[in-house]
Design a protein around this ligand. Structure first.
Ligand code: ATP
Length: 420
């Protein structure tokens, strides 16, 4: 029998008191209902690594919804349930905990969503992606804090290895290929040699995955601290190639991602900006292929389209004699991440300066007068109202008027000129 590893001290030390007390109570309530309760997955991995992770995932051998409901009453929390999967989310104060009923999964065909059956913890852990994510911690009082490690997760953590649980893993679900690269690069681990062989063998299986699921994995990557590391590795292994053959995870991308982070600090860059940089070198046609492969939602698709079309305007933007209103008209119908991506990609300090002017000031320039005001000033309704408003806007952008009064004076002067 293997030695019992007690992690209760680690839990106390690494997790906030409120979550620790919550888990103690949850274990007691589960035991009183005759159910078993475990802390599972990423948080257990990160407890052992000493990394911060407050996303508690609990697995119940029994009924997750019943247990979550009882705990919602005790904590005066809000609960959201998914009876079809027998899962629940409990939220209170600033905390959120996921409850799942232990389940096993089988796959009818590669890339399909799994068929789900309720089952034991062991089966639940076996359906997971990598051994380092298969560890669990007992929460019922009699065994509170004991580590459950059926698939060698701790040993792989110690040896810094990402290992699948069986040789069909990537065939069942090729999103695990991207997930594996994400963990490898985030943790600075290595794909275990046999897993690496399987991954290379199964790269064509990526084509069995729906656009939505691939996009979800890509978004998770773009939320990592250094997404470029994952993309570089993905290029090396021809995984990126499968997304689109012309994408590159090279040094240029790393440099631009770093600049995007500096610009967005203290926030992370928006996914759209990272995506625009990743797709920067694509042609129109290629970017349409990427949009459809990833089934990008409207706004992200627009960002990519704007990014590519703006590349052709960079030369005009590099003209130092450009008036502010001309800068405005070149950029005003492009999405901000597309504009920022082009600024980062441009080598011209003038173009960068013009883009900065647009983003920081020109896009916010508003007129004091509106169409009704012009009518009140005696201008007949019709297309000229729109034209005058546009001319006024231009005058404001170029600093020819700087105040509300100035707008009125200008309109009156135009009217007088027209009548004279
Ligand atoms: P992270 O690992 O990114 O810190 P996490 O561990 O909470 O966060 P999630 O993506 O929320 O990761 O997934 C929760 C758990 O579900 C993971 O620990 C993983 O083992 C498992 N899982 C997620 N996606 C898959 C998948 N495609 N195949 C198998 N297991 C998966």
């Amino acid at each position: 029998m293997s030695k019992i590893i007690d992690l209760s001290h680690r839990i106390e030390k690494q997790l906030p008191t409120e979550l620790v007390s919550f888990m103690r109570v949850a274990g007691e309530v589960a035991a009183s209902q005759g159910q078993s309760l475990y802390l599972v997955g990423g948080v257990v991995r990160d407890l052992l690594l000493g990394r911060t992770n407050l996303d508690l995932d609990l697995v119940v051998e029994g009924n997750a919804i019943n247990l979550a409901q009882q705990l919602a009453q005790i904590n005066q929390g809000k609960i959201t349930t998914h009876p079809r999967f027998n899962t629940a989310k409990l939220q209170w104060n600033k905390w959120s905990v996921d409850f799942a009923t232990a389940r096993s999964e089988t796959y009818d065909k590669p890339g399909a969503l799994p068929r789900v059956k309720h089952g034991s913890l062991a089966r639940d852990l076996f359906r997971r992606d990598f051994t380092i994510n298969t560890m669990a911690i007992e929460l019922v009082p009699s065994r509170y804090g004991e580590l459950i490690d059926r698939y060698g997760g701790r040993n792989d953590l110690e040896h810094e290895l990402i290992r699948v649980l069986h040789k069909k893993s990537f065939i069942d679900d090729a999103t695990r290929i991207w997930r594996g690269l994400r963990y490898e690069q985030r943790l600075d681990f290595q794909l275990e040699p046999n897993t690496l062989q399987l991954l290379k063998r199964d790269i064509p299986m990526l084509d069995t995955i729906s656009g939505d699921r691939i996009r979800h994995e890509l978004e998770l990557i773009l939320k990592e601290k250094y997404p470029e590391k994952v993309l570089r590795r993905a290029e090396e292994l021809y995984v990126l190639h499968r997304l689109h053959p012309t994408l590159k995870g090279n040094g240029w991308l790393a440099e631009k991602f770093e600049q995007a982070r500096q610009l967005s600090y203290p926030n992370l860059p928006p996914v759209g900006l990272y995506l625009a940089l990743l797709a920067y070198s694509l042609t129109n046609e290629e970017s349409e292929q990427l949009i459809s492969r990833l089934r990008l939602p409207k706004s992200l698709a627009q960002t990519l389209r704007d990014t590519i079309s703006l590349k052709t305007k960079l030369e005009s933007l590099a003209n130092p004699k450009l008036t502010p209103s001309s800068v405005y008209y070149l950029l005003h119908d492009c999405s901000p991440p597309a504009i920022t991506a082009n600024s980062l990609a441009s080598d011209s300090p003038v173009a960068q300066q013009n883009i900065k002017l647009f983003l920081n000031r020109l896009r916010y320039v508003k007129l004091a007068l509106n169409g009704d005001d012009l009518v009140r000033m005696g201008i007949p309704t019709g297309p000229q109202i729109k034209e005058i408003l546009q001319l006024l806007h231009e005058a404001r952008l170029d600093g020819k008027v700087t105040s509300n009064q100035g707008e009125e004076v200008l309109v009156k002067r135009w009217v007088n000129l027209a009548n004279s």
